[in-house]
Write a protein that binds this ligand. Structure first.
Ligand code: NAI
Length: 259
């Protein structure tokens, strides 16, 4: 092993696949990795949304390839991974980020629909994407998987059971894969963002957002997508070689706060 002090703190030349990369945290992560010299596979719903991110990366001198990918479509995952491999090379880093709001009171007739929606978008695809990329991740020697869960993966809010259960599942999957894949030098970690200003939260009125942030977070504010992206980058570095199975809140102190 190289001396720890000389271990690489760069993702330059690494191929990174990001889901949900056309908005919010996924987009901020795509821009950051591209700025750092990674080759970025931008995947999301909507050709124009994907192209907008790819164009911006290329305009800034970065390398990106866009794929329209609905993560609920198992066949599309395999096709997307094959296309990314052909365009950018074998995949070194997987970031499972795509997500939706999926809440319901348990009494609601629509509960079951929300349940499966949450699991279909925010849990099942994670393992499918990892399995589709597994040969590449093994061959990389520095394979990295970063899953984006939520503080709802650690605690719970009212009427959010489908989302909360899926996000708890992401933490379980992360730990299980960390154990299974450690033998290949692949690390698997999960970030639990707190309240972040993204597409998912933009519909919440400013005063409600402010009240929530002041009451619930130590830093008394919502976070920016870039503040999560920087933790994702840190976990993807070659130097992060002994961090695996970790559950890392990026939440302004929400999970620490008990008053
Ligand atoms: P966002 O709405 O800005 O971005 C989510 C992206 O996922 C969108 O571009 C959307 O098109 C994509 N997506 C949705 N369904 C998809 C599908 N079937 N296939 C492919 N892509 C799909 O929201 P945000 O906040 O950036 O979400 C990123 C992740 O962060 C999600 O997993 C979310 O659950 C999680 N999160 C968000 C928090 C917040 O306060 N914004 C807090 C904690 C976690």
């Amino acid at each position: 092993m190289t001396r720890i002090t000389t271990r690489s703190r760069s993702v330059e030349g690494k191929v990174v696949l990001i889901t949900g990369a056309a908005s919010g945290m996924g987009r901020a992560t795509a821009f950051l990795f591209a700025d750092e010299g990674a080759k970025v596979a931008v995947t999301d719903l909507g050709a124009e949304r994907v192209a907008a991110v790819v164009d911006r990366i290329r305009a800034a001198g970065g390398t990106a390839h866009g794929v329209v990918l609905d993560v609920t479509d198992a066949d599309a995952i395999d096709a997307a991974v094959a296309e990314i491999r052909a365009e950018l090379g074998p995949i070194d880093i997987v970031i499972n980020n795509a997500g939706i709001g999926a809440g319901s009171a348990v009494e609601n007739p629509g509960f079951e629909d929300e349940w499966f929606k949450a699991f279909d978008v925010m849990l099942t695809p994670h393992q499918r994407i990892v399995r589709a990329c597994l040969d590449d991740l093994k061959a990389s020697g520095e394979g990295r998987i970063v899953n984006i869960a939520s503080t709802e993966g650690i605690g719970a809010q009212r009427n959010m059971a489908p989302y909360t259960a899926a996000k708890h599942g992401v933490i379980g999957l992360t730990r299980a894969l960390a154990i299974d894949l450690g033998v290949h030098g692949i690390t698997v970690n999960v970030i639990c963002p707190g309240p972040i200003v993204t597409g998912m939260t933009e519909g919440i009125p400013d005063d409600m957002r402010d009240t929530f942030a002041r009451r619930r977070t130590a830093l008394r504010r919502y976070g920016e997508p870039e503040e999560v992206a920087h933790m994702t980058l840190s976990l993807a570095l070659p130097a992060a070689s002994f961090i695996t199975g970790a559950v890392i809140p990026v939440d302004g102190g929400l999970t620490a706060k008990n008053d």
